[in-house]
Design a protein around this ligand. Structure first.
Ligand code: ZN
Length: 245
């Protein structure tokens, strides 16, 4: 009789993408919190009400260059973990799409805050590619409208003032409840829903590994704390998990 192989849940935050040149926008010390002018560009009320906010929002996205960001050693290590055959799900707070770009199977990645690689019409909910909208901005459309219905387009992310997708959240909680090990990487675990998901996993008896440069509220209950840079520490952890299976 063979033992059931353990489900590993990996929860990722901004820290795994900083090596790819993507700053921490949303965290407690993130860019949006420090710059109210920038936060307006990603807050649903002003965004829907003011075409000028939308114009500046598209320009900000064009200039940030996140579309061109490449996965780094941390993202690639998780692809190795998947290829080892260990059951894996990734719950990410990031909207950069770099887990999938690195090669993780898309259905194994839950994007808690949506994706900035796509746009969505607020009226008909049709989805499109962010790059196509940025190309329209570059071609002289300051606030491109939905090609299907003329409605306002927004990034397919959860903006400030918007609720998380309850379906995605339910799926994330089910994974947290079912996993045997949860690895929290590059997240301060101070922001909902990340902290709640770790708590669900702990309550269900999972082990916890915290990999973050800064202390988190869950450090005292973690089975293992890793402070080293993610770019080297995560490949090392993956090698260890694969060797242990
Ligand atoms: Zn539409």
């Amino acid at each position: 009789m063979t033992a059931k192989r353990p489900l590993i849940a990996v929860l990722t935050g901004a820290g795994i993408s900083t090596d790819s040149g993507i700053p921490d926008y949303r965290g407690p010390n993130g860019l949006w919190q420090r710059d109210p002018g920038a936060q307006e560009l990603v807050t649903i009320g002003p965004y829907l009400a003011d075409p000028d906010v939308r114009r500046r929002s598209w320009l900000m996205r064009r200039d940030a260059g996140a579309q061109a960001a490449e996965p780094n050693a941390g993202h690639l290590a998780l692809v190795e973990l998947e290829r080892s055959g260990l059951p894996l799900r990734v719950l990410t707070q990031n909207v950069d799409g770099l887990h999938q770009r690195a090669g993780l199977t898309a259905r194994k990645v839950l994007e808690l805050h949506g994706t900035a690689r796509q746009v969505e019409c607020v009226r008909c909910h049709r989805r499109g590619e962010m790059q196509e909208v940025l190309d329209r901005v570059a071609a002289g459309e300051p606030d491109p409208a939905c090609p299907a219905c003329g409605g306002v387009l927004k990034p397919a992310t959860v903006m400030f003032g918007e609720a998380l997708d309850p379906v995605v959240l339910d799926q994330a909680e089910a994974i947290a409840k079912a996993c045997d090990l949860i690895v929290a990487i590059g997240t301060t675990l101070q922001v909902y829903p990340a902290a709640g998901l770790v708590q669900v996993a702990l309550d269900a008896g999972a082990r916890l590994i915290v990999m973050n440069a800064e202390p988190t509220p869950y450090d005292p209950v973690a089975d293992e704390l890793i402070r080293e840079p993610i770019g080297t520490a995560l490949p090392a952890l993956v090698r260890r998990l694969v060797a242990q299976q």
